[in-house]
Unconditional design. Structure first.
Lengths: 281, 424, 295
């Protein structure tokens, strides 16, 4: 049996290098998180001991899960609420708007489309300061709403839906009209059920964005009530602190594991969706 | 115009912030490692003394950004911890209120002068900030390294190292086996430490962060004395004698690759644990004609202008400033108690010992950081300059300090001199 | 609304929420930015009135050494990370597109970094880069001797490179997946024809794979560039803009000026500049790199 068909040995070796490059840092993260002795962590950094656990203790995990100053599960709930709400609202309102632009009969549709395309390139980060002032004026600072709003204003997501909806054959809708479907019903009962691939593509893009959100939540949240995990993680690196590496890594692992598990379950769809999000761009 | 209306709206938002109910108090504190054990027990201790008031102490990670976000929304709690030198800016902006009348005069009577000075706002002479502790900076040493290097160990202010002696000691220590860097100056801290810990060198040399009469920085912060003092330290950095920022916190007390550490008294507990009998406490060096010069002050309690349940706040302030609490704070954190009556109650400060240096330096040699609304601009530009000077790439000292002077003076000009400060 | 049929009022109702959000989050803040940039607006209220100061903020900005340093750093980061990250992504995609054993498993592993939030990635790399002992320095010391080390994030020559490597590690799987999709669209008979002509592996890549990826490359070039220009989190958590300002990016400088120093007016001038610059770059890339099949 030939394990390596012609021309696949080099790619295989390269894939091994990549896998090591990805897995070694992750193994280090897990190993450090299992070591309860801070001094030992520092001493063994740079030796094999920081990649292969010598002791297995969940003390760091217990510490970060029960620290009242840094309520891990509260942060996790905040992240989940903000992310899920953003995804749900964003997909709903952006797909509706896209359907109007793609299949509606409003005058000025072209202008709306132009506006949306122009907005895609806008770097949201350049607008955080006026957004902050606006949020302060509206009394929204330190709420879930203020973290959700910027995510649902998403021109790229409207555009991806628009591309998809404009390719749906017209006769599908004409048949529905004969059955007395209203415009909204055509969207709800014909277009939406067809758009699972684009929904998951948009959802994944948006999830990655929310999951990495840092600048905005740092500016608009303070106490643990609404702060997301990312900001709590960043705060470990604040000034005047001895960085507790064991806790940091236990926090990191606790944060990453649910998402990785979810990914492993949904892997096929995830890969397909990301792959479909770019090619037609 | 709309911008003014916008500013008006934020004021309105401040005024509308929901006041806490009587019998309930929320206090925000930092999550700094040294203070954490004290704040962890504060709720229980306070409830035992005042069962009628429900106190909620909230440690906030990323404290400075969080306070900023809360200020924008006008949603500050009843009490906040505030870093002392930032008091003037908050008092000027009207975001905190005077607290002198909320505290028992007997408690204030024996509070250290430096602590009162840091909490008192010049224009109205009122107290806006009170702290249970005072701080200072020492030169901590590793006795066995010092002895191997044959370096003289000073015992008091009078025989503190001079600039030349300090330089000679650092050089001698650099040659001792096991010493990778002779001096740890806590560059890893960044932020306010860079002002707190480095301004004393230029103050000792005869310069200052700002001229405290004219409130201009040009010619003071970039005076030749300042440039020469900082350049001296930078020479050590360039020689590889100062622990770089990225080496982490524990080179002196953990890995023991540093022989000296220039840091405040909050590191006493970890230093003690790490070095034990090898730990030496030495006075701050005399870096110039003004002799030994040390920083002081630190975080303390302030009351946002929006707070209305002042009776409860008063009970809280009198509790945290009581003899027993001030003593407890000192024992837990390693900071020096800010009230004389608390000293005999402490374990760490009641008997004579090396820690007497804390009080000695606080009385003889402390220079309060400028109590002026421009302080945030002062410390921001100064600490950025220090980080640039003590980093790889070693920025030009003169150019950096000129930049600091320009930045501070421009900030003061942009704020019309911070009236009433500019008008005298 | 009498002039609208039922269908049209439904259309309006479906369009309005998304448009309102875009206006509230993008249009209004941009207008505010432009407005603030001509004033000395502060973040917090202060007891003196906010004034209209003309183009003073813009004059200061163009004379501000730190502003230009931030621009330079941002451009440097972008110029380094975009080719580096795209090259890695494409190479990995080609390896994982070949019929290698355990291909599914390799793909799963390669995607993992994308699932870690950037703050976690920073924590991991902060350990890898540690001095004087740390995994990367341990490797270095095998060659250079145990008393030497490289201060990756503390060196003004290395800090930016350290951020580039970290950032590429963190997000290359996204580009890799898009490349994989592109590679699967390359018609197989082109390779067969090339092979019949005796083309080397390099020639097959140069004359078959690369031209077929044109549209994918354009798409990835644009999004990776825009992503790179917005660099903030890694800087804020790991280097705080140092050493000696060498990693202060434009967004980090904006944050420092507008949030930390509360100078909304001045920071607004920077945002307007950044906004215009990024939009221009995006439009230029779009104009000069037309997709295949477009006129």
């Amino acid at each position: 049996m030939n394990l390596f068909p012609r021309g696949t040995l080099m790619p295989f070796l390269f894939a091994c290098v990549v896998a090591f490059g990805v897995l070694l840092p992750l193994m280090m993260m897990v190993t450090i998180s299992l070591n309860p002795d801070e001094q030992d962590i520092l001493v063994s950094m740079g030796t094999l001991k920081s990649f292969i656990p010598e002791v297995i203790s969940f003390q760091n995990y217990i510490d970060v899960w029960t620290d009242p100053a840094r309520p891990f599960f509260r942060y996790m709930m905040n992240t989940a609420i903000v992310t899920l709400a953003t995804l749900a609202i964003s997909i709903t309102i952006n797909s509706m708007a896209a359907f109007v632009v793609a299949q509606g009969s409003l005058p000025g549709k072209k202008g709306v489309l132009l506006f949306i395309v122009a907005t895609i390139a806008v770097p949201a980060e350049s607008l955080v300061l006026p957004q902050l002032i606006l949020a302060g004026k509206l009394g929204l600072v330190d709420t879930y709403v203020v973290q959700i709003l910027p995510g649902i204003a998403n021109a790229l997501s409207i555009f991806l839906f628009f591309q998809f909806f404009s390719r749906i054959p017209k006769d599908l809708f004409e048949a529905a009209e004969l059955d007395g479907f209203s415009f909204f019903q055509k969207y709800r009962h014909i277009a939406l059920p067809l758009s699972r691939p684009v929904i998951s593509a948009v959802a994944i893009l948006q999830f990655l964005e929310m999951w990495n959100a840092y600048l905005w939540p740092v500016m608009v949240t303070r106490g643990p009530e609404v702060r997301p995990l990312t900001v709590a993680m960043g705060a470990f690196f604040g000034t005047n602190q001895r960085i507790p590496w064991g806790d940091v890594m236990a926090f990191a692992v606790s944060m990453a594991v649910p998402v990785i598990l979810f990914f492993l379950l949904m892997q096929r769809q995830f890969i397909a969706s990301v792959m479909s999000s770019g090619v037609k761009g | 115009m709309t911008l003014n209306r916008l500013a008006g709206a934020s004021l309105l938002a401040l005024a509308l912030a929901v006041p806490a109910h009587a019998g309930e108090l929320t206090a925000w504190v930092t999550d700094a490692a040294a203070e954490k054990p004290y704040f962890d027990q504060l709720t229980d201790a306070f409830s035992a003394a005042h069962p009628e008031i429900a106190l909620n102490v909230v440690p906030v990670p990323g404290y400075v950004d969080a306070i900023q976000a809360a200020s924008v929304s006008g949603s500050l709690p009843d009490l906040i911890l505030l870093d002392g030198p930032n008091m003037a800016a908050s008092a000027w902006a009207g975001t905190i209120q005077p607290i002198g009348e909320l505290i028992d005069p007997a408690l204030l009577a024996d509070t250290m002068q430096g602590v009162i000075a840091q909490g008192t706002y010049g224009p109205d002479g009122k107290l806006y900030h009170i702290s249970p502790y005072d701080s200072t900076v020492l030169l901590w040493g590793n006795r066995s390294y010092l002895e191997k290097a044959g370096v003289r160990i000073p015992t008091g202010i009078d025989d503190a190292w001079t600039r030349e002696e300090f330089a000679a000691a650092v050089e001698a220590l650099s040659k001792v086996d096991g010493v990778r860097w002779p001096l740890d100056m806590k560059l890893n801290y960044g932020g306010e430490w860079m002002t707190y810990g480095f301004a004393p060198f230029i103050q000792s040399a005869g310069a200052d962060l700002i001229n405290r009469e004219t409130w201009t920085a040009e010619g003071t912060v970039n005076a030749p004395e300042a440039v020469s003092a900082i350049s001296k330290l930078q020479d050590w950095y360039k020689a590889g004698w100062i622990v770089p920022a990225s080496a982490g916190d524990n080179q002196f007390y953990g890995e023991k690759t540093a022989a000296l550490s220039w840091v405040g008294n909050w590191m006493w507990p970890p230093h003690d644990a790490g070095l034990g009998d090898d730990l030496v406490m030495m006075p701050a060096p005399s870096f110039g004609p003004n002799g030994v010069t040390t920083p002081n002050g630190g975080w303390g309690w302030s009351v946002p202008a929006t707070t209305t349940n002042l009776e409860d706040v008063s009970a809280f302030l009198n509790f945290v400033m009581s003899d027993a609490e001030v003593a407890k704070y000192a024992d837990i954190t390693g900071f020096a108690p800010s009230r004389a009556a608390a000293v005999p109650l402490t374990k760490k400060f009641s008997t004579p010992g090396a820690q007497d240096l804390f009080a000695v330096q606080g009385n003889c040699c402390a220079v309060v950081r400028p109590v002026h609304p421009a302080y945030p601009a002062i410390t921001l530009s100064w600490s950025r300059a220090m980080l640039n000077i003590f980093s790889d790439g070693a920025a030009d000292v003169q150019q950096e300090l000129d930049g600091v002077a320009q930045y501070i003076d421009l900030d003061i000009e942009d704020n019309a001199g911070y009236p009433p400060f500019g008008s005298n | 609304m009498p002039s609208f049929s039922n269908g049209r009022s439904q259309e309006v109702a479906m369009l309005v929420p998304a448009m309102l959000c875009l206006v509230l989050i993008i249009v209004v803040p941009f207008a505010l930015s432009v407005g603030f940039s001509f004033t000395d607006q502060r973040l917090m209220p202060r007891p003196i009135p906010t004034r209209f100061i003309g183009v003073t903020n813009y004059e200061r900005m163009f004379a501000d050494r730190l502003f230009w340093q931030a621009i330079g750093n941002t451009v440097l980061f972008t110029v380094l990370v975009v080719p580096f990250q795209l090259a890695i992504s494409l190479t990995v995609a080609m390896a994982l597109n070949a019929a290698i054993p355990f291909r599914g498993l390799f793909r799963t592993v390669a995607i993992l970094p994308l699932l870690l939030p950037i703050t976690v990635v920073v924590a991991i790399w902060a350990v890898l880069y540690r001095i004087p002992t740390g995994p990367l320095n341990a490797v270095y010391q095998l060659f250079a001797g145990s008393e030497n080390y490289i201060d990756f994030i503390g060196g003004s020559d290395t800090a930016m490179v350290a951020l580039v490597v970290l950032s590429a590690w963190a997000t290359f799987p996204y580009q890799m997946l898009i490349y994989l999709a592109g590679l699967q669209d390359v018609p197989g008979d082109l390779y067969e024809a090339a092979e019949l002509d005796g083309a080397t592996a390099w020639q097959r890549f140069r004359f078959v794979t690369w031209p077929s990826l044109r549209n994918v490359n354009i798409f990835l070039l644009i999004i990776t560039t825009i992503q790179a220009l917005k660099l903030f989190t890694q800087v804020s958590v790991m280097t705080r803009g140092g050493p000696n300002g060498s990693t202060t990016t434009i967004i980090y400088y904006l944050f420092q000026q507008g949030f930390t120093s509360q100078k909304i007016g001045y920071a607004s001038a920077i945002s307007v500049f950044f906004f215009v610059a990024v939009t221009t770059i995006a439009v230029l890339q779009r104009v000069f790199l037309k997709n295949e099949g477009e006129a």
